[in-house]
Design a protein. Structure first.
Length: 275
């Protein structure tokens, strides 16, 4: 009897030891997986940063970022829509263009309205092949599940990011924390390139001459200049415009100013900026 008790105790200790060992292995594996995910996210973030630094327009950068998301996270469909305060604009997507109108009106769907108001993600899916997602119209077979992420910069709503799959319950077992990190990265990128977008569109066209203001060189003019190894910029000033205005009147001065500018513009066959 004492021998049997000893054997039982030894077996219990072995079982406890195995449980502790398995828990230790589980924690290590989980730690490795978390590390792997962090490394993958850092790589995606690096790709985002590289995209921001590219010498291309803000619209192109958003499209490149969306392509990175589709490739790195194996997403079937990904769409980024930006709200500029007046209208919703589809900035990037890999869906058919005929569906763009549907994707820019998701804010009208009751499911997503709640998501936008509460600034929380929304997961929707169907349970059988005969169902369709509430926002779909003529594309019933395209997507069977979707995750919707409203985008905010400093508590200001700027649009949404939605990913879709052609499989029902595709995101049931997905770690939503990863997509939360991706969403924050998207927001950071949109915030960064918004400054570039401001610069690109801050220039004005002079109503008398039809020439661009100096700000043109910092935005849309820069990519044109950077295409060539050597460039020459011509800037000019009509130094007697005040004298003409005083002697012949402002109307004659304006006419002279306009003709001189148009002559120079046609002569050199490139866009001239006025300062």
């Amino acid at each position: 009897m004492p021998v049997l008790i000893v054997v039982i105790v030894v077996l219990i200790l072995i079982v406890i030891g195995l449980i502790v060992y398995n828990l230790s292995i589980y924690k290590k594996v989980k730690g490795l997986n978390n590390t792997s995910e962090k490394i993958a996210n850092l790589r995606v973030l690096q790709d985002f940063m590289d995209t921001i630094g590219k010498n291309t327009s803000t619209d192109d950068k958003i499209k490149i970022i969306n392509d990175i998301l589709i490739e790195k996270y194996n997403i079937r469909y990904s769409t980024i829509v930006v709200f500029n305060g007046a209208e919703y604009i589809l900035k990037a997507s890999n869906i058919d263009e005929r569906l763009y109108d549907t994707m820019t009106n998701l804010h009208t769907d009751p499911l997503f309205k709640d998501s936008i108001q509460n600034a929380t993600p929304k997961y929707v899916t169907v349970n059988n092949e005969n169902e369709r997602l509430s926002y779909q119209r003529n594309d019933m077979t395209r997507a069977k599940s979707a995750m919707f992420f409203p985008l905010y910069i400093d508590n200001i709503y700027i649009g949404y990011w939605i990913i879709e799959s052609d499989t029902a319950h595709a995101f049931d077992s997905m770690d939503t924390g990863i997509f939360e990190i991706v969403r924050e990265n998207i927001i950071s990128v949109l915030k960064t390139i918004s400054y570039q977008n401001t610069i690109e569109n801050i220039y004005r066209v002079d109503k008398f001459t039809g020439l661009n203001s100096a700000e043109y060189m910092y935005g849309k003019g820069k990519p044109t200049i950077d295409k060539y190894s050597k460039t020459t910029i011509c800037m000019f000033i009509i130094n007697n415009i005040d004298e003409i205005n005083e002697k012949y009147g402002r109307k004659i001065g304006t006419r002279n100013y306009s003709k001189s500018s148009k002559c120079s513009k046609n002569q050199y066959f490139f866009r001239i900026c006025i300062c």
